[in-house]
Design a binder for this molecule. Structure first.
Ligand code: RUQ
Ligand code: CUA
Length: 632
């Protein structure tokens, strides 16, 4: 009995003393974790009513749109419809945007690219590519609206290596991901891929004053898959770079057939030289575009060997280093631009592809950085470091751009990161500070939402030596690439000022001007919306008439947005304050169709309504007949 008690006592003594030793340690650990969380939360916290420091423009992939978030809060602020209709803002319903969308109702946005001046974002426009339908769109950052869609671009299929902007917004780059027989419409069996299919890279010209896009140039290349691109800057200004895979010129199961060679290429194009040779007339017209054949015209294109099936190519802020991410190798290859130029001068070539020189790998490569598994894309900070996304490893590697070219930090992300973006991280002067990882898989780190799972975006603090994961968000699908722009660079308007931003001759600014006129079968209406009525309150037409409505929102105050929808006519437009939009449709359904304001705008929002009265053909005809009888 005594011994049993003693034993119990000893056990108690042991646990108590152990507790005395371990408890403070545990508590300390717990406190540290807690303070780390608090620190992260404070870094991300943007109090209600305050602004984020950066805009984050994320591509929306095959949603066809661009999404705007704030950094660091990661709050979704706006959706900018680009290649798909978006009834929330009336995009794709009014005459202008309908015309811009043309025959397509979707697009595949991959790479947003802000306009630049001297290699810096200038806050004027944002360009995005459509990988599916070979187009490039321009968003005006004064209005956050898509104002122009260029394309489909001739001779290319799958505009992936796009819409990269050259340092003074001379061009937006494009490249064919899938080589095809050109011009489009040409027939050639897939079996003749290696000989009759062609690769094309090129650029759309941009008017430096207006942003307007027009035909630029195209370069004819071997039938490889051209993937990602980037424009040269500073020392490499005047050049453009794209990676390519499938230099095997293979067909079939590419995962096997196009992964045979140890190396594929980065193709370097001297666009300043392309401009010159085009001026000299050394081009062919193919598919309505000026195409320079790089196998016939020397000095415009070179291949740089890069291992293996590379994906991203990123030019360092100084323009000196061209970084190729070999997605099937555990390293990024760093090439020196000055060595590349020297190699060209010395004709230091190791072969050719269809007559286009391949520069000697050893002569241009300066480092092979062992970043980790599945490197895809690289961004830069203000302290001489690069950040590379590792798809297979689900991590971001931070490494030194320059000797000893070492990896200095690594952070896991959740999961399978594709692109990443740092603040101004692809310009000549990156900001550092923030990095956003665009992850392809979220693996249930969120409330379950059924089998269609979201991608994730993780905010990482890169201001210190060690990267720190701060927050996680679930952006709209699918964030391929994104760009982060300092908020004060953008000067968006809040109202379309009459006579300044709105010079539409069909705008009306008072109820007294509201009216409709008939010209033959066309009924033209000048209408307006304001809190809280729509004028005119009725639109009368006959079945089969074409109805044109010029609708002005005459509000002069921020936020005073009105919608205008016609029941069962599949119409909804949303003019902003001071904006005029145009609707055109055939009144093919007879009857009475209410129209109303779709934006809850005021206490009497529900009162904002009117009627589209469509007189049936039969009655209209009868009336006309009677009139004719009665008149004689
Ligand atoms: S891609 S995840 Cu379409 Cu830019 Cu690399
Ligand atoms: Cu105007 Cu609701």
């Amino acid at each position: 009995m005594v011994s049993k008690n003693l034993k119990f006592l000893w056990v108690m003594v042991f646990f108590l003393s152990a507790g005395l030793i371990f408890l403070p340690a545990c508590k300390k650990e717990g406190r540290k974790a807690r303070s780390e969380i608090e620190e992260a939360a404070l870094k991300q916290y943007v109090p209600p009513g305050e602004w984020d420091e950066y805009y984050l423009f994320m591509s929306g992939g095959h949603s066809g749109q661009v999404y705007v978030y704030g950094v660091p809060s990661m709050r979704h602020i706006r959706t900018i419809p680009v290649f798909a209709p978006y009834p929330a803002t009336g995009y794709g319903f009014d005459k202008e945007s309908k015309k811009m969308l043309g025959e397509f109702t979707w697009g595949d946005v991959h790479h947003p690219a802000p306009s630049e001046t001297n290699g810096e974002y200038d806050g004027r426009w944002l360009f995005v590519n459509d990988n599916a339908n070979n187009r490039i769109a321009r968003i005006d950052l004064r209005t956050f609206k898509t104002v122009e869609i260029y394309g489909p671009i001739p001779n290319i299929a799958g505009d992936h290596g796009s819409a990269y902007i050259t340092p003074n917004t001379e061009y937006s780059l494009f490249a064919t991901r899938f080589s095809i027989p050109i011009p489009k419409g040409t027939y050639a069996p897939v079996e003749e891929y290696a000989t009759r299919y062609k690769g094309i890279v090129g650029a759309v010209k941009i008017d430096p004053q207006t942003g307007h896009m027009s035909e630029g140039w195209q370069v004819l290349l071997p039938p490889f898959n051209y993937d990602l691109g980037d424009a040269g800057k500073k020392v490499s200004y005047g050049w453009a770079f794209w990676t390519c895979y499938n230099s095997e010129r293979a067909i079939g199961k590419l995962e096997v057939t196009a992964s045979q060679k140890e190396k594929d290429y980065i193709v370097a194009v001297n666009w300043k030289e392309v401009e010159k040779v085009i001026e000299q007339g050394k081009y062919e017209m193919i598919g309505g575009a000026k195409v320079v054949d790089a196998s016939k015209v020397t000095g415009i294109a070179y291949f740089i060997p890069c291992g293996k099936s590379p994906h991203g190519v990123d030019v360092s802020p100084s323009g000196e280093y061209i970084i190729g991410s070999g997605k099937l190798s555990p390293t990024v290859s760093v090439f020196s631009f000055s060595k590349f130029i020297k190699a060209i001068e010395n004709k230091d070539f190791e072969g050719e592809e269809d007559g286009i020189p391949v520069v000697k790998f050893e002569s241009v490569r300066v480092a092979e950085v062992p970043v980790g598994l599945g490197p895809l894309h690289t961004q830069f900070d203000d302290k001489g470091f690069a950040y590379t996304s590792l798809f297979v490893e689900s991590a971001v590697a931070k490494w030194r751009v320059g000797p000893p070219w070492d990896v200095v930090d690594k952070i896991p992300v959740a999961y399978n990161i594709g692109h990443l973006t740092a603040a101004h991280g692809d310009t000549v002067s990156p900001h550092g500070k923030w990095l956003v990882a665009c992850n392809k898989l979220s693996k249930g780190r969120h409330l379950p939402v059924g089998p269609s799972q979201p991608e994730s975006a993780q905010l990482i603090d890169i201001s210190g030596e060690k990267m720190k994961l701060i927050a996680e968000a679930y952006p709209e699908p699918e964030p391929h690439y994104a760009v982060m722009i300092k908020r004060d660079l953008l000067k968006p308007i809040e109202v379309y000022v009459r006579g300044v931003d709105n010079k539409d001759p069909n705008a009306i600014w008072s109820e007294a001007e509201a009216r409709q006129e008939r010209k033959g079968n066309v009924v033209e209406v000048w209408a307006m919306v304001v809190r809280s009525y729509i004028a005119p309150y009725k639109i009368e037409c006959e079945q089969g008439d074409k109805v044109i409505i010029h609708l002005t929102n005459i509000e002069e105050m921020r936020d005073e947005i009105h919608g205008f929808a016609i029941c069962e006519y599949n119409i909804n437009v949303v003019p902003d304050p001071g904006e005029t939009v145009h609707i055109e449709f055939i009144a093919d359904k007879p009857g009475v169709f209410p129209y109303y304001c779709t934006n809850f705008c005021s206490a009497l929002h529900q009162e904002m309504q009117g009627y589209l009265v469509v007189k049936p053909k039969r009655i209209a005809r009868m009336e006309k007949g009677l009139l004719a009888l009665w008149k004689p």
